[in-house]
Ligand binder design. Sequence first.
Ligand SMILES: *Cc1c(COP(=O)(O)O)cnc(C)c1O
Length: 425
Amino acid sequence: MQFKNSREFAQNLDKKDPLNRYRDEFIFPKVNGKKVIYFVGNSLGLQPKTARKYVLEIMDDWANLGVEGHFYAEKSWWDYHERFSGKLAKVVGAKPSEVTVMNTLTVNLHLLMVSFYRPTAKRFKIICEEKAFPSDQYMISSQVRFHGYDPEDAIVQIKKRDGEHNFRTEDIISKINEVGEECALVLIGGVNYYTGQVFDMEAITRAGHEVGAFVGWDLAHAAGNIDLKLHEWKVDFAAWCSYKYMNSGPGNASGCFINEKYHNKKDIPRFEGWWGHSKDRRFLMEPEFQPEPNAHAWQISNAPVLALAPYLASLEMFDEVGMEAIIKKRNTMVSFLEFVLHEIGKEVDSNFEIITPKDQDQRGTQLSVFLHGEGKEVFKYLMEKGVYLDWREPNVIRLAPVPLYCSYEDVYEFGQILKEAILKT
Ligand SMILES: *Cc1c(COP(=O)(O)O)cnc(C)c1O
C-alpha cells in the first residue's frame, strides 16, 4: 500500500477498517480531557468495557449465593478456568486440552520447569537468549542453582552479532547443535520484549528436539500479538501473561500450554494440588492424586475467579474478532507507523533507527526506536501530550499500536506530536 502522512489518509484507513468499532469497547485514560494515544498495550493492555461486568457478576454471585456459587453460579466457579481452554487454544494454535490458565507467568515457568528441566550430570544446560527479560533470568538461574548446578556452567546465552540488533536463527540453531547432548532445555521469549523480534519458533523447536532437549517458550509478548501454532510446531510447553496484548488487567493470570504427548504420563514430575485432580473425583477427597487427562493436571489451587473474570471478558472479544483479522490490521498499522517515522525523520532531519526487524514475519505489533541524541526529553514531552509509550535505557522508545483499540489517526497524530517534541526540546 502507498501510504501518505496526512490526517485525511489516516482517517480513510480508519473508515475502511473492520476492527475500528472495537476501539469503543475499551476505556482509555485521558490527558487534558482527551483520550490518550495508547501505544503501551505491550506492557498493560487497556480495560475492555465488559471486564467490569464480569467481575461484578462474581461479586453478585458471591453476595447472593455464598459458597453455593461454586456450583450454582451461572458461570460456576469450580470449573471457571475450563471456560478458557477452547478460546485460548485458538489464540495460541493448540488443542483445547493442551491449554489451561492458572497462577502468574513466572510462577508457571517455574512449575513447568519442574516437569521439563530435569538435569542429569551429562545433560544439564539451558539455552536462552542474552539479556532475556529479567524475571526469566532470575527464574532460570534459581532453577539451575536449585538443582545444584552453577549458572556459569549451566546457562548458555545466545548472542547477537556485533553491531546487530537482532538474533539470527542460524546462530541460535548452531548454538543448540554446539551444546548438543548437554542441552536439557531451550527456553526463549517468543517475541523479544526489547526489540519486538519474533523468533522462528518452529525451526528452533525442531533444532532443540534434534539434540534431545525439551523446548519451551515464554510468550509474554507473543500471545494475542502474533500467529502461533504451538501444537503444529511440536512445542513442549509455553506460558504467557495475559495483561499485555490480552488485556486482562494488571498482574493477571497466566496461560499455559502443555503438549498433549505429556498428558496422562506417569513419568512426568509435577507439583500437584487438588485442582489438578481428576475433575469427577475432585471432591471425594481421595488420598491419591489422579491427574486430569489434560493440561489442567498442572493446576494446583482452586481458581482465583475474581482475577480470571476480566481475562474471560477480554478473551471473548479475541474469540469474536479472531487472530487473523488482528494480524491483518497489525501488519498494515505497523507499516504505517514505520512510514510515518521515516517521514517525520526527514522533516526534522533526525535519524530514528528502528531496531525491530523490517520483515513482517519477524515482528509483531511493536516497533522499538533508537532515538539518537534526543532521548528522554522527547519521551517526557510525548507523555505530557497524552502519548503513552515506554522508555528503555539507554535510548529506546517502544511503540505498540495495538490493532484492537488503536487507530490509524492515532499513528498520524503521534507523528505530529513527535515532530513537535523534537523541534521544541
Ligand atoms: C512481562 C514479562 C514477564 C512478567 O512476568 P510476571 O510473572 O507476569 O510478572 C516475564 N517474562 C517476560 C518475557 C515478560 O515480557
